[in-house]
Every structure is written in structure tokens, then in C-alpha cells.
Design a protein around this ligand. Structure first.
Ligand code: SF4
Length: 357
């Protein structure tokens, strides 16, 4: 028997109580008011990897800066990345803009009307395409995110690794099989909402408040914390770096990251790999600036990316002279704050430039 046949019968009975619960208990969120394709799409991209409460102020500001797909397509890159500053995973913002440009250029500013059309856009995978199509267009397609995988894994006491792509695909087929064709958007949102607010990760699902407890195998076996099964993550690589905070006539040195790779296109303080002492750092900077006086040591900081940790130390120097060929951009404190998109990895150093972060 295939996966869907084996499990669909156990899940069909959740549909009604889940929809009733969602109608009564769902959170009021800005993207749920007037769920147009643009509003749902932007929210779903922001919500990838980021908590709802953190997204809300970014979402509202983003919509006021870029109220429609045309405004997003035409936005200067620094303005776009500045609006995203602090949300992380900046490739999401760049892909959002690339997709907006394709919608304007290829489709005359009209959003795709099919799942496949959405899936063809940069940065839009099966989950996002499913969410936009079901919520904004009413199409009967599933939207399976980590919340849904966790809920299904517990309901079914599933003994398979939900991180495996083949298992995700099967779970998506399963979600499609039980999806009520007349209320796909509500159903998908209800599953996600249950995972986000009741069937919480770790050892603390709120089973006493769950509308599905009567259909849940993990609950009936009292082993909810065993699910979902996941293979252990690889430990993050630790990368030491030394940051240089260089002050010249009230301005601070910045440099732009390459257009591809981690934090592509953002501005950052100059830095070097490794933990360098003051003499090693001064030697490295000697081709570009003449340093004035001894440096101050910066407070160390750690920044965690998905697969990587930066362990940052650094030095703050006054610069006496900028040498020809120096690649740095010099920015006033208010420009650091308002104009240049700077990754939050550097936030611990920004306050030392008289900037609040
Ligand atoms: Fe999750 Fe508990 Fe509800 Fe089962 S009963 S779906 S474990 S919250």
C-alpha cells in the first residue's frame, strides 16, 4: 500500500474539527486582512526562517515602501536590502525583486494564476506556491511547511525522517489527498496555525488545547515528544574573523560584499579571516590607510548563521590619511543607520559608531 493510501483514512476526520477550530481561534495578522497575491506572497517569503512577531513590523514597513509589484520591481537594491535589514537570509529579498521584475516584464504586471506559474518564479518553491495559490487564489493545492510536517508526524506517529525529501514529497501528496477543495486556503492556514500555536516543537505541545487530540496517535500513546523524527543536524562550522572599525573625519569605512554568496550585495565593516592582533591588522590595512595612534580593542561578538558561526574580534582605529586606491566607502553614522544595508552580524559594532541598533 502506498504512503497516501496507508495514512489518508486516519487524517480525513481532522478536517472538520480543524476548520472549526481555525475559524474560532486564528490570530489576526496583517497579511490575513485582504489576502491579495502580493500581500500573501510577501508575507510567506518573510515568514520563511523568521518568527511571526518579528515579521509583522517588517511586513508593514515593506508594504508601505513597496505597495505593489511595480514598486518592488523598480526599487533600488540598497533601498530594498535596507528594508530587509535584520530579517536575514537576504537572498529572499533579491529573489522577491527578481520575481517582481519577471511579473512586470513577462506578464505585464499580472500575477500568475496557476500553481505552475508561481512555481516558475525565482525564490518560489512548492510550499510558497501552494500557500499563495490556496490562500489568495482559492486553488486546491497543499502548502506543507515545517509546522504541517510536525503535526502530521505526531497525528500519525510517523516513524520516518521528515527531513528526507522523499518523505516531504509523500506528506505533500497526503496533504493534497485530504485537502477540502472548497476551503483550501483556510485548511492550509489552519494546519500551519495549529503547528505554530498548539502543536509546538520540542517537548511542549499544548495537547490539552488541541482540537485534534482525539485523532492523534502520539497523544494517545503519550509519546508526543518523540515526533517528528529527524536525523541530527551537522554542527555549525566556526569561522573566526577580525573586524576593523576605521574612523576618518567622523565617517566610518564600509565595503560592499560580492554580488553572490553569503550576504551578497550588503555593506559591512572591513574585516579579515582569523583572529588578528593589532600589529597583524595594521600590516593588513597599510596599503589603504595611514592609521593614527593605537587602536581600541572591540568587544568580541558571535553571530550564528544556518551552517556557520562567526566568532568576531576587532579593532577600532582613527585614520590619519586615506591612501590612493583605498576601496572603502566612508559613511556618516546616520548613513550607517538609514542608508546602507548592513547585516545584523555587525550590529554589536554599530553602537560604537554612535548608531543605535
Ligand atoms: Fe500535536 Fe498534541 Fe494535537 Fe497531537 S494532540 S496534534 S501532539 S498538539
Amino acid at each position: 500500500m502506498d504512503f497516501v493510501e496507508a495514512h489518508a483514512a486516519a487524517l480525513f476526520p481532522i478536517c472538520r474539527p480543524l476548520l472549526d477550530w481555525y475559524a474560532a481561534a486564528h490570530r489576526q495578522l496583517p497579511w490575513r486582512e485582504a489576502p491579495t497575491p502580493y500581500r500573501v506572497w510577501v508575507s510567506e517569503i518573510m515568514l520563511q526562517q523568521t518568527r511571526v512577531q518579528a515579521v509583522i513590523p517588517y511586513y508593514e514597513r515593506f508594504l508601505s515602501l513597496f505597495p505593489d509589484v511595480g514598486a518592488l520591481a523598480e526599487a533600488p537594491q540598497d533601498r530594498l536590502l535596507k528594508a530587509w535589514e535584520g530579517l536575514g537570509y537576504y537572498s529572499r529579498a533579491r529573489n522577491l525583486q527578481k520575481a517582481a521584475q519577471q511579473i512586470c516584464q513577462r506578464l505585464g504586471g499580472r500575477f500568475p494564476e496557476t500553481y505552475e506559474g508561481w512555481l516558475s518564479l525565482p525564490g518560489v518553491g512548492p510550499y510558497t506556491a501552494g500557500a499563495v495559490c490556496s490562500i489568495a487564489l482559492g486553488l486546491p493545492v497543499p502548502a506543507v511547511d515545517g509546522n504541517v510536517l510536525r503535526v502530521f508526524a505526531r497525528l500519525l506517529a510517523l516513524e520516518e525522517d521528515i527531513g528526507a525529501p522523499a518523505v516531504k514529497r509523500e506528506m505533500t501528496r497526503l496533504a493534497a489527498a485530504i485537502l477540502p477543495a472548497d476551503r483550501p486556503g483556510e485548511f492550509n492556514q489552519a494546519l500551519m496555525e495549529l503547528g505554530a500555536t498548539v502543536c509546538l516543537p520540542g517537548k511542549t505541545p499544548l495537547c490539552g488545547s488541541c482540537p485534534l487530540s482525539g485523532h492523534c496517535r502520539a497523544f494517545s500513546d503519550q509519546n508526543q515528544a518523540l515526533f517528528p523524527l529527524k536525523s541530527p543536524k551537522k554542527p555549525r562550522k566556526i569561522q573566526p574573523i577580525t573586524v576593523f572599525l576605521l574612523s576618518y573625519q567622523g565617517q566610518f569605512a564600509l565595503i560592499r560584499r560580492p554580488d553572490t554568496g553569503l550576504l551578497a550585495g550588503l555593506w559591512e565593516f572591513p574585516h579579515a579571516d582569523g583572529t588578528l592582533d593589532a600589529a597583524q591588522s595594521a600590516a593588513l590595512l597599510a596599503d589603504w590607510v595611514r592609521l593614527a595612534g593605537p587602536p581600541d580593542r572591540l568587544e568580541p561578538a558571535v553571530h550564528i548563521f544556518t551552517h556557520l558561526q562567526w566568532h568576531m574580534t576587532g579593532w577600532k582605529w582613527d585614520v590619519g590619511e586615506v591612501l590612493p586606491g583605498c576601496p572603502f566607502q566612508w559613511a556618516l553614522p546616520r548613513q550607517l543607520q538609514n542608508q546602507y544595508p548592513i547585516p545584523s552580524a555587525f550590529s554589536p559594532f554599530l553602537f560604537q559608531c554612535n548608531c543605535e541598533k
